[in-house]
Design a protein. Structure first.
Length: 378
């Protein structure tokens, strides 16, 4: 398994991406069907401090991208690629994802270079994973890597607490978008190119948010998130690479340690996805690792693979479906195929049918690519 593709990684990545591919809407529609229409408010994103389910999706993807790297790095080494060439490949991948993020944000749609958004989900994944990959490649000792990761989180915490935005008054909240240093960098260095304000409840600045949720504030702890994933991947890959119950137990223990460390740190730096706080990185790293451990035990240790096929089809083309939803009219195809059927039921049931139809439409597209052996590799 040292250089082999890990089936459980594709499966858990597919499970994660399902919620970007209509899963969130399906859960909320089912909740409304059973008399809980307000459930979506506790399932979607937290406005600022705190953690809801959908806050896990993005960082889990980054964690899993990190977990995959020890396997790809080992495969590259087995093919005779030098460490420098692997590092260059990481650079190319990171910059490509950053560029795709800018395109995803709509740059090509209107060529509005004056206020296009610089940061993005793909950009955060690309840059954080790239820096983490370099650390993994050039910091060879496992304990040293742990030290670097802890240092990144500690440095972020200390800088946040003691270095506020210029002009901050005495007693200013370092965790607020107004006075957080990273948020200030967003609106200073990328002024006019941050995430558009959309009435989310966060104060606006010059028609834009006071920060970018994928901007400067969370970049360093996001690197730690990718490194946490690499530790998990390394744990599974080490030795003869055989999938075992012992490794599953170690993954769950690792998950527990991360989550408890994040909970303890939250008393100093609240869990906050928008800032990608160190406590958030640790708590979500623990949850992501627990999800990985569960899929690893079911798919790779027990060998129960058939049930995971649905998720693996998504996971093997995860970047494809993320990008395709802005380019391809899956909603129109869903309406053509399922709107009539949905109309045969009461509105609450029809909403569930339509959400299931959207997922089915996206999955059929990915299955077609799977059958043709077409996979987007960045």
């Amino acid at each position: 398994m040292n250089g082999k593709r890990l089936a459980s990684l594709d499966a858990v990545r597919g499970f994660d991406m399902l919620f970007i591919m209509g899963g969130e809407g399906l859960v909320c529609a089912v909740a409304a069907l059973f008399g809980f229409p307000e459930f979506g408010k506790t399932f979607g994103h937290v406005p600022w401090h705190g953690l809801h389910f959908m806050d896990l999706v993005f960082p889990t993807f980054l964690f899993l991208a990190g977990a995959s790297f020890p396997f790809s790095a080992a495969a590259s080494a087995a093919r005779g690629l030098s460490r420098g060439k692997v590092a260059l490949r990481a650079l190319r991948r990171g910059l490509t994802l950053f560029a795709l993020g800018v395109v995803y944000g709509g740059l090509l749609a209107n060529f509005n270079f004056s206020d296009f958004r610089v940061w993005s989900v793909l950009g955060r994944i690309g840059l954080a994973w790239m820096f983490a990959a370099w650390i993994y490649l050039y910091v060879r000792d496992a304990r040293a890597r742990i030290g670097v990761t802890a240092g990144l989180l500690a440095a972020t915490t200390l800088v946040t607490l003691f270095v506020l935005a210029p002009g901050a008054p005495a007693g200013a909240d370092p965790f607020s978008p107004e006075w957080n240093l990273g948020c200030w960098l967003d609106r200073t260095l990328t002024a006019g190119h941050t995430y558009p304000w959309a009435g989310s409840g966060v104060k606006e600045w010059a028609g834009r948010k006071l920060f970018d949720p994928e901007g400067f504030a969370g970049l360093v702890p996001a690197i730690a998130t990718a490194l946490l994933g690499m530790f998990a991947g390394d744990l599974v890959r080490r030795g003869d690479g055989a999938a075992t119950n012992r490794k599953t137990g170690q993954l769950f223990l690792y998950a527990l340690v991360c989550a408890l460390a994040g909970w303890a740190l939250s008393f100093v730096f609240p869990v906050n996805k928008a800032l990608w706080s160190p406590s958030f990185a640790l708590v979500v790293g623990g949850i992501s690792c627990a999800a990985f451990a569960t899929f690893y035990w079911l798919v790779d240790v027990k060998g129960w693979t058939k049930w995971s096929f649905f998720f693996r089809v998504i996971g093997m083309n995860s970047i494809t479906i993320y990008l395709a939803q802005t380019v391809i009219g899956f909603g129109h195809a869903r309406d053509f195929l399922f709107k009539g059927l949905a109309g045969c039921f009461p509105a609450s049931v029809g909403a569930v049918v339509m959400q299931l139809g959207y997922i089915a439409t996206c999955w059929a597209f990915l299955y077609f690519l799977y059958r043709k052996n077409v996979f987007l590799k960045v």
